[in-house]
Design a protein around this ligand. Structure first.
Ligand SMILES: *Cc1c(COP(=O)(O)O)cnc(C)c1O
Length: 351
């Protein structure tokens, strides 16, 4: 796959003094430091795509404020997860890298770990249950990772990850609750401020909270006045339920067009829950019809193939669930959607 890489800009963004002291103390009391985002930006320069921030004339007209889209669909694996996976890999010492990486994710995180490992010449293993469809198995194999088929559930696959960690010394790279993963995703926040210094609002797809937590950490450190809003699907919004409960809680997992947002935040969550609880100004939820409208809008108005998870920010604006008061950026987090499902949605048939 051809890889176009633009290097990180040279100039440094300096943290501004926070006029809102509650936010400043929130940032300083957190389990992940902004310095990690700065270190990630240096490590990732030239290794992941510095994605474009493009204007959306249609959404700008719809909300009456300038709206821009940060196209993480342009990463080589089609989603931002490459940033966190690559940063976590590069933070390991040489001996740990040689032993290799392991994960149980079959989605965008699994692909990102496989891709990052191949780029860095490090072995990677992806554990999957026998129920994972053949096309997903092939997609990971095609990225050069070893696939281990074990058991009949995601829990069986995760148990195999833990066995490989303890018996062979492989390093597990979790999809979100890990400081270097969060810091890698946070580099998006830095790039946004470089490209659009007068930003007032950022809408971020929210599941486990690595993306939203990382971006909020960077943005609230540098520019605490910018609103950062998480967007989840109504069906199974684990972080929203956890913030409301004041502790990590499980939710029933339901099928959704935003399949990359499915799953819980982990009852033993250590990093993303405190970050999201302290730093997100709000979490809004969108329906399946609104997500479909977001996917359609991206295809028709922007000629961009966006998966459900990547379209929730567009969905929230179209539905009037968030009303921008100034220049706005939406994180279009990924584009990995089954082409037949995408066609049905764009044609207005039910998914
Ligand atoms: C993983 C993922 C998300 C959510 O990221 P979290 O860090 O789990 O909140 C959003 N969009 C896409 C495309 C993803 O793959």
């Amino acid at each position: 796959m051809p890889l176009t890489i633009t290097s990180e800009r040279e100039h440094q963004l300096m943290p501004q003094p926070a006029h809102d002291t509650s936010i400043r103390s929130a940032v300083s009391g957190l389990p992940v430091a902004f310095a990690g985002v700065e270190a990630a930006a240096v490590r990732l320069a030239g290794r992941v795509v510095r994605t474009p921030l493009v204007a959306s004339p249609s959404l700008t007209k719809h909300v009456g404020q300038p709206v821009h889209l940060k196209l993480e669909t342009r990463q080589p694996v089609g989603a931002f997860k490459l940033r966190g996976a690559m940063n976590a890999l590069l933070a390991l010492d040489e001996a740990a890298r040689r032993r290799g990486l392991v994960t149980a994710s079959t989605g965008n995180h699994g692909r990102a770990v496989a891709y990052a490992a191949r780029q860095a010449g490090v072995p990677a293993t992806v554990c999957m249950s026998a129920l994972v469809p053949a096309n997903k198995v092939e997609a990971v194999r095609a990225l050069g990772a070893e696939v281990r088929i074990v058991g009949c559930s995601q829990d069986d696959a995760q148990a195999e990850v833990e066995r490989l960690v303890s018996e062979r010394g492989l390093t597990a790279i979790p999809p979100f609750d890990h400081p270097e993963v969060i810091a890698g995703q946070g580099t998006i926040g830095r790039e946004l401020l470089e490209d659009l210094p007068d930003l007032a609002l950022i809408l971020v797809p929210l599941s486990g909270g690595g993306l939203a937590g990382g971006i909020a950490l960077a943005v609230k450190t540098l520019r605490p006045d910018i609103r950062v809003v998480g967007v989840s699907m109504q069906r199974g919004a684990a972080m929203a339920a956890s913030i409301a409960a004041g502790r990590p809680v499980d939710v029933v997992e339901e099928e959704t067009l935003a399949d990359s947002l499915g799953g819980g935040i982990g009852l033993a969550n250590r990093f993303t829950f405190p970050l999201c609880r302290a730093l997100l100004d709000e979490v809004v939820l969108v329906t399946e019809d609104e997500i479909a409208a977001g996917i359609r809008h991206a295809a028709v108005e922007q000629v961009e193939t966006v998966e459900g998870a990547g379209a929730v920010g567009i969905a929230a604006l179209l539905a009037g669930k968030v009303r921008p008061a100034g220049p706005t950026a939406l994180i279009v987090s990924g584009g990995n959607i089954d082409p037949a499902a995408h066609r049905r949605i764009v044609n207005g048939e039910s998914a």
